[in-house]
Design a protein. Structure first.
Length: 101
């Protein structure tokens, strides 16, 4: 199974399917699902990259819409469905990391 659209960011060679890994995704209303993320290996330099869907950010468990909503001020600890999820500290960390960029 060869991946067509993933190009190695190191040497710009076409990546090949390597394996899949499981990832936890946290959604609104405390819904947690597990998805499979494809990993690809570069045949030239050997580096491995994960093909992350558009609705997720790298290294984050929460969906991008939730993170964006918190950063834009649309979601806070009083928003229905998000009262205690994500935590106040997590939301503050997301806001701080966006302001640093």
């Amino acid at each position: 199974m060869e991946t067509k659209s993933i190009i190695c960011s190191t040497c710009h060679c076409k990546m090949k399917h390597y394996d899949t890994v499981e990832r936890i995704v946290r959604r609104k209303n405390h819904i947690t699902v597990r998805i499979r993320i494809e990993r690809c290996r570069c045949p030239k330099c050997g580096s491995i990259h994960r093909h992350i869907p558009d609705y997720l950010y790298p290294y984050k468990q929460y969906e991008a819409d939730i993170i964006d909503g918190v950063v834009e001020g649309l979601i806070d600890s009083l928003t229905l469905g998000f009262e205690d999820y994500p935590s106040e500290m997590t939301m503050k960390r997301w806001k701080r990391s966006i302001h640093k960029k």
